[in-house]
Design a protein around this ligand. Sequence first.
Ligand SMILES: [Zn+2]
Length: 85
Amino acid sequence: MPQLAEAIDTALTKWDAATAGALAGSEAAGHALIVSHEGSDLVGTCQCGRRLGRITPGRPLDALAVPWVRHTSTDLTAAAIRATA
Ligand SMILES: [Zn+2]
C-alpha cells in the first residue's frame, strides 16, 4: 500500500513542522519587550532578563525597541541554527 505509506509520511512531516512551529513560538514568547519605570527614566528589558537600555521620558522608544529587535532576531536565528544542526 504505497499510498498509505505516503499518507503517513505526509502526516509525520506535517506534525514535525507543527512541532517546530510551536517550539519557535515558545522561544519567541520568552522574549517579550518589557518597558518599566525606573525613577523618572524608562528602562527596557527583555523577558529573558537582558537589559536593553534606559531612556529619559520623551525620547523615542526606538532606543529600546531597536536593540530588542536585534536581540530577538539574533537569538531566534541562533536557535534555528541549533535546531537544524
Ligand atoms: Zn530575550
